[in-house]
Design a protein around this ligand. Structure first.
Ligand code: HPA
Ligand code: ZN
Length: 335
């Protein structure tokens, strides 16, 4: 049994493996601009966040029906379960679908159908986080929140993703205020490609509880001290950072320094179909590259449950933390 862990930074659209993309394309009569899965996979070489996003949004053309979203989500949960994931907080990008004429209800109902049976089928509890695309307007984000109103019982939190540079968190003050008033929790991508100042804005202007990525805080020692003091969780995605050239090589990742500074760090897969690994693979990779011992890995797994939105099920959090504490690395085959 692998080390039990939660995944807190996972874009469901980023779990679309080439094989499923082609299967859905055939099912929906969509023509992909690649002859086969091999050719598609070889396009997964990115220069930066934008070059990834271009392909990420283009491939979504195959996602059209409720069944497509259910199949996508089921495929992720199956892979995640095999790598020890016991709780997953899943991002989705409604605007990327509504812009193509797919209703938000189709997206949410399709994902939710897989989530509703996830604990029984996969042993994974789940939460859903609705992200706003920050390169679209603040008005579009407000319209999206409005369109999601009939589905709010399915949604735990709002998030902010897509092209970061030039789109500061403060642009979305109003929609985050409205989301908070509706009882939604708040997270935001900040400090991936954007400057440390965006992390401050996400905390101070949007009132987020976790920072997604956030690794560029390392450039600002006062900010690092604040994040440690306030126990703000970071949902780091080391394999993503290498693939999107935020860092050159995994050995340069600041994870260890941030843990040493007392930050509540978690590791996650972000868009695993595109970035070369699911969350268990990520644990393996950082262990090798950063020479993390078993107690460091245990700390990362603990942190993932500490930072999870499990306030409505503290019993489950306590149980999962106990499983992490009791985990015997020596007797197990993987993590
Ligand atoms: N950053 C910003 N937006 C995204 C990402 C990411 O890593 N993945 C999917 N949308
Ligand atoms: Zn992300």
């Amino acid at each position: 049994m692998p080390l039990p862990k939660a995944e807190l930074h996972l874009h469901i659209e980023g779990t679309l493996e080439p094989e499923l993309a082609f299967a859905l394309a055939a099912r929906n009569g969509v023509q992909l601009p690649y002859p086969d899965t091999e050719a598609l996979r070889s396009a997964y070489l990115f220069d930066d966040l934008q070059s990834f996003l271009d392909l990420y949004y283009a491939l979504m053309a195959v996602l059209r029906t409720e069944d497509d979203f259910t199949d996508l989500t089921d495929a992720y949960l199956t892979r995640a379960a095999a790598q020890g994931v016991r709780h997953a907080e899943i991002f989705f990008d409604p605007q990327a679908h509504t812009a193509r004429g797919v209703p938000i209800g189709t997206v949410i109902d399709g994902i939710a159908r897989a989530l509703d049976r996830s604990e029984d089928r996969h042993g994974i509890s789940t939460r859903l986080i609705m992200c706003f695309l920050r390169d679209l307007s603040a008005a579009s984000a407000l319209e999206t929140l409005d369109a999601a109103r009939p589905h709010l019982h399915r949604i735990t939190a709002v998030g902010l993703d897509s092209a970061e540079a030039g789109h500061p968190p403060s642009k979305f003050r109003e929609v985050y205020e409205a989301a908070g008033a509706l009882g939604l929790r708040k997270v935001a991508h900040a400090g991936e490609e954007g400057p440390p100042e965006y992390i401050r804005e996400a905390l101070d202007v949007l009132g987020v509880e976790r920072i997604d990525h956030g690794l560029r805080c390392i450039e600002d020692s006062e900010l690092v001290a604040r994040l440690a003091r306030e126990r703000v969780p970071l949902t780091l995605c080391p394999l993503s950072n290498v693939r999107l050239k935020v860092i050159d090589v995994l050995e340069d990742h600041p994870l260890r320094q941030l843990m040493d500074a007392g930050l509540l760090c978690t590791v996650n897969s972000d868009d695993p179909a595109y970035f070369g690994g699911y969350v268990g693979d990520t644990f393996h990779a950082v262990r090798e590259a950063l020479d993390l011992d078993h107690e460091r890995l245990r700390e990362l797994a603990r942190n993932s449950f500490v930072a999870a939105f499990l306030q409505d099920d503290e019993e489950r959090r306590t149980r999962l933390l106990a499983e992490v504490d009791a985990y015997d690395f020596a007797g197990e085959s993987g993590f």
